[in-house]
Design a protein around this ligand. Structure first.
Ligand code: G6P
Length: 611
């Protein structure tokens, strides 16, 4: 996590960096800092969000044409001014920012302490910086060489950006495991954790790879490996527009992104779904169709909301393709000794494409012969690049920390993959395939209809905002939706919420039910409908408050529940794409009613690049 920005060129560096940091705050907002080169090094940093630093340094000398900036998600050392990046070296001549974790920093710190170094912060970053400075001094070499030597000793993940007061105009950067993009302008260069800080300046970018070092000057970019050999930068064109990362009149990015869903789902289907021709075109699937349809097993690896999308995909793939599916938390999968057979297919699901646990999990599986299929939102991200094949979700940049539109786009892509495999494998006939195609085609319109319930959901949020706990229940395809609804509420409103399979509720959570507990049932009409109606009655019999997400026209549940939100009828496979939306809105409005920062909930970060 953490966001990093760098600039070198003819512009004033500070405004470019500050604007860039604001766009990267989704990566963490525990503290903010900048280091500016102008003759000497000026470092300004502060606990809190970017705007707090900005206010605190009004009137200071901010003039500079080369600088770096950082927005932090704390790992080593509490959020505080002194633990904020950039860190300065013992001599005061070097400044560094870091995204990642240096795992062997205790050992390096001991070595440095024995040589008389003392430390101003509790961070692993300051240790690495002084380790670099020590090498520079000892070997009497330049910063570039010192960084190269130091990184050979480093265990962990990093993107680092360094400034040297004796080498004005130059930024040295290196990456392993955390993302780094360099934007190429005319006589200027931009650096960022993603491309958002550079969108208005250039469309030409280079994604730096692991174990690469960049020496960045206004009119020159040199890329090298750690063996000091030059690498030709691979320049790519960005296709993101500035409007995509702005709020566009909404109060929050989260609300904007919830409301974008009819469009993002449509974008996801566009060019792939052909109703007239009765086909789905997905080159990534087609290129590996033999392996996919003959897979003995598919494993889905993901974290957080993406893991919930994986759970729904498990139900869909098993139903349509008759292939056994296992869904794994990437963080668990990577540390156990999973049985992976050559030819197993791993589907990695990730919005950011940078989640460290997912990335390492698939690296490991790939080494053991698995085929990696990436379902990723961010184009050119690490997971996308590591995958053998894949399909982008095309949801556009997602800025709100709680994932919304990326989730529904993941469901759409995973459903299309399942349909395509099933069709090619012959486990569904043309009639069922065509029916599902039509159903998918209708989802954007139906999502639009769901969003019309916005005001009703806002009222519900007012009614239930003071509850201490929530229970979310669902069955079948809607069980993972219950998990996702509970996660959204926890993330945004800090209310404790649990998601459970509705029937499993009898084995424990039912003990929590009393008149103060709101229980959200995801109860759209499907093959389990009668069963979930019984579960609702079980809750009502114990005086729980029932909020039910139902299919339009469901009088049975309307009569039983305290409150209902109706969504249009849809095939049960696709119901989660609709039933999730009211739960996103409910969490959002409860967060707003409690006056919380819904786009940047406490302690969270959007892109989790630490383990
Ligand atoms: C973080 C985010 C979640 C996200 C999860 C996985 O926890 O706050 O919204 O679902 O990471 O991220 P990914 O980018 O891999 O989908």
């Amino acid at each position: 996590m953490c966001g990093i920005v760098g600039y070198t060129g003819p512009r004033e560096a500070y405004p470019v960096i500050i604007k860039g940091l604001k766009r990267l705050e989704y990566r963490g907002y525990d503290s903010t800092g900048v280091a500016l080169l102008n003759g000497g090094l000026k470092v300004y940093k502060k606990k809190g969000k970017v705007v707090e630093l900005e206010e605190a340094i009004v009137g200071k000398d901010l003039h500079s044409h080369t600088g770096i900036g950082h927005t932090r998600w704390a790992t080593h050392g509490e959020p505080s001014d002194r633990n904020a990046h950039p860190h300065s070296s013992a001599s005061g001549k070097l400044a560094m920012i870091h995204n990642g974790i240096i795992e062997n920093y205790t050992q390096l710190k001991k070595e440095l302490s024995s040589k008389g170094y003392s430390f101003k912060s509790d961070t692993d970053t300051e240790v690495l910086l002084n380790f670099i400075e020590e090498i520079k001094k000892n070997n009497q070499c330049g910063l570039e060489e010192a960084v190269r030597v130091a990184l050979k000793r480093v265990v962990g993940a990093y993107v680092i950006l360094l400034l040297d007061q004796d080498d004005p105009g130059t930024i040295i950067a290196a990456r392993k495991g955390s993302p780094l993009v360099i934007g190429i302008g005319k006589g200027e260069h931009f650096l960022g954790s993603d491309a958002s800080p550079m969108l208005e300046y250039t469309k030409e970018v280079v994604y730096v790879n692991d174990y690469e070092l960049a020496i960045v000057k206004p009119d020159e970019l040199v890329l090298k490996n750690l063996g000091n050999e030059k690498i030709t930068p691979y320049v790519q064109k960005l296709d993101i527009e500035l409007a995509a990362i702005e709020k566009g009149g909404y109060d929050h990015f989260m609300l904007k992104e919830i409301f974008e869903q009819p469009q993002t789902i449509f974008d996801c289907l566009r060019g792939r779904l052909d109703i007239m021709g009765g086909t789905i075109t997905m080159a990534g699937v087609q290129n590996h169709i033999t392996q996919l349809k003959n897979a003995n097993r598919i494993m889905i690896v993901a974290c957080g909301t993406s893991w919930h999308a994986g759970l729904i995909a498990e139900y869909i793939i098993e139903e349509l393709c008759r292939i056994p599916v296992e869904v794994e938390y990437a963080s668990e999968f990577r540390y156990r000794n999973p049985v992976i057979h050559k030819g197993d297919v791993i589907i990695a699901v990730s919005q950011s494409g940078e989640t460290a646990d997912t990335l390492v999990a698939i690296e490991k599986a790939k080494d053991q012969g698995a085929i990696i299929f990436g379902v990723v939102n961010v184009v050119g991200s690490s997971i996308a690049r590591l995958s053998d094949s894949g399909a982008y979700t095309h949801a556009g940049p997602e800025i709100g920390v709680a994932s919304t539109k990326a989730f529904t786009a993941q469901l759409v892509v995973l459903t299309m993959i399942a349909m395509k495999i099933a069709y090619e494998k012959g486990t569904i006939n043309q009639e069922r395939f065509n029916h599902l195609l039509n159903e998918l085609h209708e989802i954007p319109n139906k999502a639009e209809i769901v969003l019309k319930q916005n005001d009703a959901i806002k009222k519900l949020a007012e009614k239930y905002k003071d509850a201490r706990d929530f229970l979310y229940l669902g069955r079948g395809y809607n069980f993972p939706v219950a998990l996702e609804g509970a996660l959204k509420l926890k993330e945004i409103s800090y209310i404790h919420a649990e998601g459970y399979p509705a029937a499993e509720m009898k084995h424990g959570p039912i003990a929590l039910v009393d008149e103060s507990l709101p229980v959200v049932f995801v109860a759209t009409r499907d093959s389990y409908h009668e069963k979930i109606v019984s579960n609702i009655q079980e809750i009502k019999a114990r005086k729980g408050k029932v909020i039910a997400i139902i299919t339009e026209g469901d009088e049975t549940i309307t009569d039983m529940a305290d409150d209902t939100i109706a969504v249009p009828e849809a095939d049960e496979i696709m119901a989660p794409m609709l039933s999730t939306i009211p739960l996103q809105l409910l969490a959002y409005y409860i967060g707003v009613a409690k006056n919380l920062d819904v786009d940047k909930p406490r302690n969270l970060a959007k892109s989790v690049t630490v383990e």
